[in-house]
Write a protein that binds this ligand. Structure first.
Ligand code: NAD
Length: 252
């Protein structure tokens, strides 16, 4: 992809799964990658594997729900690579106990919103000023098919993911003229290590049958789209949420 070589992209929630695949893909495209994760050891391992393959990466602990932690993460990025061209907000969690609207405890709701939505604003507040100072950059947020599908069994996660869509459009509209592109990727069912562990073989084959494509998602399927959004091939994509789901939901 054009324009990734020489750029620096930071990922919050890059220690495993989609974030780690994205880190590997960006590094393979020639970008320097700063892998951040609340599990610092996962971030460090992911970055070490990238370096072992000849890529440029460092791994750091970061808590995407803490403004101080994300500010320090951005500062460490600048200290190591001297620039920040892209920031992928990928972290998620806090869905245990997130059930239907009449039964979801408010503390579970608050935690889900903090991890899955407020973190995206916190990362924006830390990364955007640095990008604006340099004349632009790409914010890439992570939504989900859960934002546009109808879930009867869970309330906070889909609400949080919908909120991300509003943030994408807000940032694109507010700072587009200053060179900022803000987009989101909305994965369908992606068989990461963690997702695969929680699904039976029957659930996997049932999900496979329900989608038009030949298989469920791989983390690399999402990584390619994030790389596109960070690259100069994505230079005119702004304010969009791109659904990557093997056709599980068909949307304009
Ligand atoms: N895998 C799927 O099927 C799927 C589907 C739709 C959307 N998504 C979205 O894609 C993104 C990545 O999903 P995944 O399946 O790779 O998840 P994952 O759980 O494998 O990876 C998420 C990473 O975020 C880290 N993290 C959690 N809380 C954090 C915090 N406070 N600060 C920093 N890091 C933190 C975790 O340690 C983990 O490494 C998430 O936003 C998720 O909602 C995934």
């Amino acid at each position: 992809m054009r324009g990734l070589a020489g750029k620096t992209v930071a990922i919050a929630g890059g220690g495993r799964g989609i974030g780690a695949a994205t880190a590997r893909r960006l590094a393979a495209e020639g970008a320097a990658v700063v892998v951040g994760d609340i599990k610092a050891e996962w971030a460090v391992e992911t970055a070490a594997a990238i370096r072992a393959n000849g890529g440029k990466a460092i791994g750091l602990g970061v808590d995407g729900t803490s403004p101080e932690s994300v500010t320090a993460f951005v500062a460490a990025t600048l200290a190591e690579f001297g620039r920040l061209d892209g920031f992928h907000v990928n972290l998620a969690g806090g869905t245990v106990g997130d059930i239907d609207a009449l039964n979801c405890p408010l503390d579970v709701f608050d935690r889900g919103i903090a991890i899955n939505l407020k973190s995206h604003l916190i990362c924006t507040q830390a990364a955007l000023p640095v990008m604006l100072e340099r004349g632009g950059g790409a914010m890439i947020y992570t939504s989900s098919g859960a934002a546009s599908g109808a879930s009867a069994w869970q309330v906070a996660y889909p609400m949080a993911k919908n909120g991300i869509h509003a943030l994408v459009r807000h940032v694109a509209q507010r700072w587009g003229k200053q060179g900022i592109r803000a987009n989101g990727v909305a994965p369908g069912l992606v068989l990461t290590e963690a997702v695969r562990e929680h699904m039976t073989d029957e659930q996997v084959s049932g999900a496979e049958k329900r989608i038009p494509s030949t298989r469920l998602g791989h983390p690399d399927d999402i990584a390619g789209v994030v790389a596109l959004l960070a690259s100069d091939d994505g230079i005119w994509i702004n304010g969009q949420v791109i659904h990557v789901n093997g056709g599980a939901q068909m949307r304009d």
